[in-house]
Design a protein around this ligand. Structure first.
Ligand code: ACM
Length: 271
């Protein structure tokens, strides 16, 4: 796509286990939001993040067909005519996934991604994502979702950029202090826009860094939230800039790759 879209993030401090209260907090922030085309909400915003164990997470996660939070997102998307990307805790049988949903004002649930790279105790709770790295053409843009710790793995960002993503939506609960530096580099190397929606606060000993941000295709920071504020921030993005993959007049970010030299990357035993 080549148009200008208004995209942004919602940042807040969810309370562990208080699904109804967290939905209320999100709705209050949506009430103060201006006109937006696409909004990104953090990872696991309805449940909170730092579950005691699998049983605790299991008691809070929901099948998508029974998720009060997903119903809320669908209603909000329709009412406000905005695409919404949000994390949520997804249950499928006995399996739990750290999922991000894409909600469309017309069609409701239009896509999902399950987090591939699990962080710390998530490994004891969730299964790694099994849907690959999909890209969705939603009419106003081509978009993909990656979740929080996926920021450490450049392969994921490259795959969705090669598949045509112009905007990568990145629901997060960032803990380590590096993503605010690393993600703009992914944006720059792939010449795409990124919206990282992070949470704030402290939960059972883990502190989250806030400072949600929007990166442009030159690695520039177009907006950044405060470390501990509740806010919705929107920025106009000129998507045509994500189509210019030239680094110099003689260097193209994708065409200059040498995949035959990267074959060790596809060997799981390679160190
Ligand atoms: C994280 O992946 N939530 C740190």
């Amino acid at each position: 796509m080549t148009g200008i879209i208004r995209a942004g993030f919602l940042q807040f401090n969810p309370e562990l286990g208080n699904v109804a209260g967290n939905i209320q907090k999100i709705e209050a922030l949506l009430n103060g939001m201006g006109n937006a085309d696409i909004l990104v909400i953090p990872e696991l915003p309805e449940t909170g993040y730092n579950f005691r164990d699998y049983a605790h997470a299991f008691s809070l996660a929901r099948e998508l067909s029974r998720s009060v939070y997903l119903e809320f997102l669908v209603a909000q998307s329709r009412k406000r005519d905005v695409f919404i990307i949000s994390g949520l805790a997804e249950k499928e049988g006995r399996d739990l996934y750290n999922t991000s949903v894409l909600v469309c004002p017309v069609r409701g649930l239009a896509g999902k991604y399950r987090k591939v790279h699990l962080f710390m105790n998530e490994k004891n709770i969730f299964r790694p994502g099994n849907l690959g790295f999909p890209v969705f053409d939603i009419g106003i843009c081509k978009t993909a979702m990656l979740i929080c710790f996926d920021w450490m793995f450049p392969e994921a960002w490259r795959i969705v950029a090669l598949r045509g993503a112009e905007l990568i939506c990145h629901p997060s609960n960032l803990v380590l202090p590096f993503a605010q530096q690393a993600v703009p580099v992914h944006a720059m190397i792939n010449r795409v826009f990124v919206v990282t929606a992070n949470r704030t606060g402290t939960e059972r000993g883990i502190t989250f860094s806030g400072r949600s941000f929007i990166s442009g295709p030159s690695g520039e920071t177009l907006a950044m939230a405060a470390p501990q504020s509740d806010e919705v921030t929107l920025v106009e993005l000129d998507l045509s800039l994500a189509h210019d993959k030239m680094i110099t007049p003689l260097n193209h970010a994708f065409d200059d790759r040498m995949p035959e030299e990267y074959l060790p990357l596809s060997d799981p035993g390679q160190k």
